[in-house]
Every structure is written in structure tokens, then in C-alpha cells.
Design a binder for this molecule. Structure first.
Ligand SMILES: [Zn+2]
Length: 258
């Protein structure tokens, strides 16, 4: 499932390619699940931005097209040849090439209009230690579940929650209300550092994630604990453990994370 780094990667790649271009045609293939967007034909894309895990295409008539990739959605840029692909749900064509909206499991959503306003924090912009501490002060949930709560923080999923907590030296089962006032700034700093590094790497391709050009990301080569059950911890050489928190496989070092 794409998390913040993967969504930010595709937003940056989309922005670089289609900003300033006019839509030649747009066709919905999966008409059972997706709306008709043919009114976008002839409109110019002004920019593409990420809001949380939403991808927002903004057009020259002030309208938005808002995409959420959900489980298996992705965009693919095609220029020459346009070899037939499986699971294409929509095609958006521009003079130099076309975007195939690919989604095997068909959970991707594409909507029009404005984004709902909310108080969800973005780890790269407005997530602060004070706001996190305020949200967490009475919470007796595990810290990992808290970091992954999309109603509190946008875009941190299972992979990045495991990696952030490893680098912060915090056990994923620690209850949120036991996180100290010195640890919240560490969590914010490390979350930003890891997510920004993962964006540079164009995300983690542990399953089917591919970027706008069909390439794998490379951040999974830098994972320290995620998927590393039984392998030595890079810091202390003890074996990485796997447990389940909130139904999700969770990897951590019992020695380095307390
Ligand atoms: Zn360790």
C-alpha cells in the first residue's frame, strides 16, 4: 500500500511532466467504479500537489481531480508504443504521452471538488511535538498504532512506522501516554528524516509499488527492521523480532527499542 513517500514521489513526477499541459482526451474504462471526467478535455493542468495521501491535480478552471491510490493504485506514463497493460481503469492523454491509471484491486478513488478540511497532521509540514503530545496525552494505545492513525497523522503506514520507531529507539508496544516530552521531538525529527530519505529513493518496492515510469523505489534496501525477522539488528546484532500490533506485522529490536 502506498504510504507518504510513494504518494509524494508520484506527485513530484506528475508535476514535472504534466504541469502546463492540456488534456487531449480522457476516458474512463472502469465505468462501474469511476466517474466520467470527459469535461477535463481541453483543460490545462496547472499543478499537482499532495495533500495527505491524496494526489490533487489542479486545472486552469480552478477545478480539482483528487486521486487516492488506496491498496494497489498507481500511475504509469506512456509515450511510445503504449503496449497493452492489465488493470487500466482510466487513460488521460496529453500531446507528449498518456497516463494510465492502473489498479488491480480497484479500490482507487478519483473524485472532483474540494478536499475536506481537517486537522490531520502532515509529517513533512505541520506535525509538531506539541501537537503530537496534545493528541497523545490521554492515549493508552501502542505508539505504533497511534503513528499509523490516519485521522491524526497522514501517510505513515506499517513500513515507515516500524522504521521510525527503530531509529527513535522506542518499542512499538509502548503506550502513547508514556512517551516523554524529550521523545516527541525525536519522533518528529526522525519521521521527517526517514520520509524525506524515502522520497529521494522513490519509496519502498516490497510488493507491487512502481513509480510513474514503472521503476521500483529503492528505500527497501535501507530498511533496518521491516521484513527483517531473525536477521541481526544493525546496531546490537541481536535478532529482530516480529510481533503483531493492531493486526499488523511489526518488526523491532527488543534490545535497542525500549
Ligand atoms: Zn538492536
Amino acid at each position: 500500500m502506498p504510504e507518504l513517500p510513494e504518494v509524494e514521489t508520484v506527485c513530484r513526477q506528475l508535476n514535472a511532466v504534466i504541469s502546463g499541459l492540456t488534456v487531449q482526451s480522457i476516458s474512463t474504462l472502469d465505468t462501474a467504479k469511476l466517474a466520467d471526467f470527459s469535461d477535463r478535455t481541453g483543460r490545462k493542468v496547472e499543478n499537482v500537489k499532495r495533500q495527505g495521501k491524496h494526489i490533487v491535480l489542479h486545472f486552469d478552471d480552478d477545478q480539482n481531480m483528487i486521486v487516492h491510490l488506496r491498496m494497489t493504485g498507481r500511475f504509469l506514463w506512456q509515450t511510445t508504443g503504449t503496449e497493452p497493460l492489465k488493470h487500466v481503469r482510466m487513460i488521460m492523454a496529453f500531446p507528449p504521452g498518456q497516463i494510465a491509471f492502473i489498479d488491480p484491486r480497484r479500490f482507487m478513488t478519483i473524485t472532483k471538488g474540494d478536499l475536506p478540511q481537517n486537522n490531520v497532521m502532515d509529517p513533512l509540514t505541520d506535525m509538531t511535538p506539541r501537537r503530537l503530545a496534545e493528541k497523545g496525552k490521554n492515549s493508552k494505545r501502542p505508539i505504533k498504532t497511534f503513528l499509523m492513525d490516519q485521522a491524526i497523522i497522514a501517510g505513515i503506514g506499517n513500513i515507515y512506522a516500524c522504521e521510525i520507531l527503530y531509529h527513535a529507539g522506542i518499542n512499538p508496544v509502548r503506550l502513547v501516554n508514556t512517551i516523554s516530552s524529550e521523545q516527541w521531538p525525536e519522533i518528529v525529527r526522525i519521521a521527517r528524516q526517514i520520509l524525506e530519505r524515502a522520497i529521494v529513493c522513490r519509496g519502498s518496492s516490497i510488493s507491487d509499488w512502481r513509480d510513474f515510469y514503472g521503476n521500483e523505489g529503492t528505500f527497501h534496501h535501507e530498511h533496518r527492521v521491516y521484513g527483517h525477522k531473525g536477521l541481526p539488528c544493525p546496531q546490537c546484532q541481536n535478532a529482530i523480532l516480529r510481533t503483531t500490533i493492531g493486526g499488523r506485522g511489526t518488526y523491532f529490536c527488543p534490545q535497542c527499542q525500549t
